[in-house]
Ligand binder design. Structure first.
Ligand code: T46
Length: 134
């Protein structure tokens, strides 16, 4: 099974330009409890390096681009996000790392729950150990 799960969003365009609508349980398969966005990422910075125990998320690069590495502890796959109508589903227990942010990158993330540092697994060995015990 691929670690890259992309969701296609309809582009509702007309002669004025484009619009994408994100709706809970329509094209987003969870309660949207939080939205955050990452922008102004400095040159050479890598982010992520964690997995979540319970949180589900969808990341959309609405401007510019960045690269995600998704890792289930056994295999890794990567993808460049650079389209405002493609959402990367980040499932529970998916280690993810983000690299190569363009200067103009705006990455918006829809999350199924409020921010909770206890939900993060930030140590890769802990991530592997929890995965093995599942
Ligand atoms: C994820 C990837 C894709 C908050 O206080 N509230 C929030 O909602 C978030 C997301 C972060 N923070 C604080 C926690 C840290 O002190 O903001 C700081 C930066 O967070 P972090 O280092 O976790 O950022 P990233 O870019 O490594 O990871 C973020 C999300 O935290 C994470 O859930 O999956 O983006």
């Amino acid at each position: 099974m691929s670690l890259i799960n992309l969701i296609d969003f309809n582009i509702l365009g007309d002669e004025r330009g484009s619009l994408v609508s994100l709706e809970q349980y329509q094209n987003i398969p969870f309660d949207i409890k939080r939205i955050y966005y990452i922008f102004g990422t400095k040159d050479g910075v890598a982010r992520g390096f964690h997995a979540h125990k319970e949180l589900k998320q969808i990341a959309i690069c609405i401007q510019g681009e960045c690269r995600f590495i998704m890792d289930n502890g056994k295999q890794k796959e990567e993808i460049i996000l650079n389209k405002p109508n493609k959402g990367l589903f980040i499932d529970v227990m998916q280690w993810h790392e983000m690299y190569d942010f363009s200067h103009d990158c705006v990455l918006i993330v829809l999350a199924s729950d409020h921010y909770d540092e206890q939900d993060y697994i930030r140590n890769y060995d802990d991530f592997l150990a929890i995965g093995l015990n599942k």
